[in-house]
Design a protein around this ligand. Sequence first.
Ligand SMILES: [Zn+2]
Length: 223
Amino acid sequence: MTIPDSIDTDELTTKRQTIADTGRDMLDQGLTKGTGGNVSGRVGDEYAVISPSGMAYEEIGGADVPLVDFEAETLDGEFEPSAETPMHTMVYRQRDDVGGIVHNHSPYASTFASLGEPIGPSHYLIAFAGDQVPVAPYETYGTPELGKIAADTLGDEYNACLLENHGVLAVGDDIGSAFETALMVEYCARIHYQALSIGEPNLLPDDEIERLTESFAGYGQQH
Ligand SMILES: [Zn+2]
């Protein structure tokens, strides 16, 4: 296994460490438990680093994070990449604008995923994901079919989707913004759930969502 010459080794080292740190952030923020979920970051035009399979987030160091190509083949690293690597690489192939991906099974968002229902625009922060968080129809975890249906559901316009009976896929310009989007999805899912529990949520109109989406597009640079 060798690291391709086109890869900047400083960038690689930094992103490997960010993957390790973001895994712990997912635990700290209650987005995942145990070894569930996975995080990846684009490296150059054709490669990605992704959390290793089945390893406790507390124990993952930067050096443990595998480097893969967009065919989901491991190029460098001692450990197996996440079982969901085909889903991550499918999204990178389809979306040039995506630099980071977070997948988790956060409880409120996964509740909507199990209902097969999108998270509606009842809170303005939904605009981090789009005009809703749509649902990708069920496919078995780790399969190319799941990757394809998830990438198709994201299309060009969504930064997050639910995976039916499974969890959440969130994307962003970089690993940090994908993590931010995953947090917003779980927050909006919780508010939507609570609003539905005691009444009929007010839904934001499309033109307001558009305004918010434009406003949030520059959010990553400002904060
Ligand atoms: Zn999963």
